[in-house]
Design a protein around this ligand. Structure first.
Ligand SMILES: Cc1cc2nc3c(=O)[nH]c(=O)nc-3n(C[C@H](O)[C@H](O)[C@H](O)COP(=O)(O)OP(=O)(O)OC[C@H]3O[C@@H](n4cnc5c(N)ncnc54)[C@H](O)[C@@H]3O)c2cc1C
Length: 483
């Protein structure tokens, strides 16, 4: 029986723990904070409940695969609801548009609110994105890269050429739909990765497909139920999870990991160490010096967050809402090129009490606001927070006297959670930080692995679940499905 220590109880750490425990390993998870889930945190105050990080669950397949591999049914642990419409969009020109994965309703909405002439382009775009998604996920995403040779097989090169995966997303979407509002609507999803749609490769259109094609889901009770469910499975399989246990260093002897030292000084020996801490931080702070520790990774942007206890209904808001800047291109330039807090930022709001009424007292709203903002290498978003909040108040039409409290979270707090330079979405998905070029799940040290958003395949809940598949597979040999 292998003994395994996992550093961090984020989605990557917990799902690796569940997989390895089920495969017969003796698994111990050390989490620095008093709560599991990492970025999928939860905040409760004065009768209000907020998810502090992710709010959109897309691409259910890796979650279902995790439970299936562990001989369980997702529905015995989680009550997943399709949120439809996915979200309400407020464009800068005043257009209000409900985006839905239902093709019949989406076609009607485009025809009514934008133009009937745009419908064929939307349908063609969905068709092409769907074909690309179903080819790309097995070929490039759920893929063990042991070297660059694994990236350029004849099959993959064929896909690159056939789907023109390296062309520019922004420009290509404009070839399907002419209206700038639809161009924004079908490309802004790269901002979920902290990436400007203007800089994104066409391959990141898979995000548009995940959302518009497969829909946005929500575990009733809140996003935090996801890590709780996975932790429960891991514990049922025998894994032990310790909160408030910060790991100080991974112990290396020769070129192999042999255990960890906790901040308390305690040492725990193990055959295998899996590190769920954000990769740049792990290489800089937990592992002995290597070239990776010096590598100047390009980081994603960060997120300025407001969690507002609101004492009146906001009837015009849905569960998810997107507010586009009046000048979206200027917004992108300020944020991604000039690294400034945008003067008129786009932002996103979530009212989970639309689906879970107990998330706010009766007649009140739990208003979550996410504003993409520079990471700590750019303008200080903490200093700009009061100004940004004024923009949110004006655009959403909030009344100050109804704002019972406002909790704020800035890139400084994301950094304190271990995210290098406060980059909320980990290292950026540039070409040279994607696929085989992204930090491997295998560190240069034997028996020491990385799992999570800044390793292969990438950021987002589904990707971290796939990252755990890749790690478990490396540790246990070929696919470890047990009968
Ligand atoms: C504001 C925001 C919104 C997002 N929205 C979405 C969304 O809607 N949908 C989506 O799919 N994704 C979203 N994401 C991305 C998603 O949250 C991440 O991709 C995913 O949660 C990353 O999980 P992870 O396994 O890499 O670990 P993390 O969540 O980063 O967890 C790492 C864990 O390691 C712990 N740790 C750090 N250092 C130590 C140490 N020394 N010792 C012990 N423990 C340590 C940390 O406390 C933490 O619990 C969002 C992210 C943010 C920040």
């Amino acid at each position: 029986m292998k003994t395994v220590v996992i550093v961090g109880a984020g989605m990557g750490g917990l799902s690796t723990a569940a997989r390895l425990a089920q495969s017969g390993c003796e698994v111990t998870v050390f989490e620095a904070r008093p709560q599991i889930g990492g970025r999928l945190g939860e905040l409760r105050r004065d009768g209000y409940r907020f998810d502090t990080g992710p709010t959109l669950l897309m691409m259910l397949e890796p979650l279902e695969r995790l439970f299936g591999d562990l001989h369980r049914r997702v529905e015995d642990y989680l009550d997943l609801a399709l949120i439809d419409p996915s979200y309400r969009v407020y464009f800068g020109d005043g257009t209000v548009f409900d985006s839905t994965p239902n093709i019949a309703r989406m076609t009607r909405e485009i025809a009514r609110k934008i133009s009937p002439d745009e419908v064929p382009g939307y349908l063609r775009l969905m068709g092409d994105l769907s074909a690309m998604y179903h080819a790309v996920v097995p070929a490039f995403v759920r893929k063990q890269y042991r070297g660059l040779g694994d990236l350029f097989t004849p099959y993959q090169v064929g896909l690159l050429l056939r789907h023109r995966l390296l062309s520019n997303l922004w420009k290509r979407v404009a070839g399907y739909v002419r209206d700038p509002r639809l161009q924004m609507l079908f490309s802004f999803q790269t901002m979920y990765l902290g990436l400007s749609p203007k800089d994104a490769l066409w391959v990141y259109g898979v995000l548009t497909y995940m959302e518009s094609g497969e829909g946005v889901w929500y575990p009733r009770g809140g996003m935090h139920r996801l890590p709780e469910a996975i932790a429960r499975v891991a514990q049922e399989e025998g894994a032990r999870i310790y909160l408030n246990h910060r790991v100080q260093e991974v112990l290396i002897e020769g070129d192999r990991a042999v255990g960890v030292r906790l901040q308390s000084g305690e040492v725990l020996k193990a055959d295998v160490v899996v590190v769920n801490v954000d990769a740049p931080t792990a290489y800089r702070e937990l592992l002995p010096p290597t070239t990776y520790a010096k590598r100047n990774f390009k980081n994603s942007c960060s997120a300025l967050m407001f969690y507002i206890g609101y004492t009146e209904p906001l009837p015009h808001q849905l569960h998810h809402n997107v507010y586009f800047s009046r000048d979206f291109e200027a917004n992108l330039r300020e944020l991604f090129e000039e690294q400034r807090v945008p003067s008129d930022p786009s932002f996103y709001t979530c009212l989970s009490n639309r689906t879970d009424p107990t998330d706010a007292p009766a007649g009140c709203e739990n208003l979550y606001v996410l504003v993409p903002a520079p990471n700590l290498t750019g303008e200080d978003a903490r200093a700009a927070a009061p100004r940004v909040l004024e923009t949110v108040i004006a655009r959403v039409g909030l009344k100050r006297e109804c704002m019972r409290f406002v909790e704020t979270l800035t890139p400084h707090e994301w950094q304190a959670m271990g995210l290098w330079q406060g980059a909320a979405f980990g290292i950026a998905h540039t070409f040279f930080q994607s696929t085989a070029f992204r930090p491997s799940v295998q560190t240069p040290f034997g028996n020491c692995y990385l799992v999570g958003a800044s390793t292969q395949p990438g950021n987002g809940i589904p990707m971290t679940l796939i990252s755990a598949e890749l790690v478990a597979e490396r540790i246990m040999g070929k696919r470890e499905r047990k009968g």
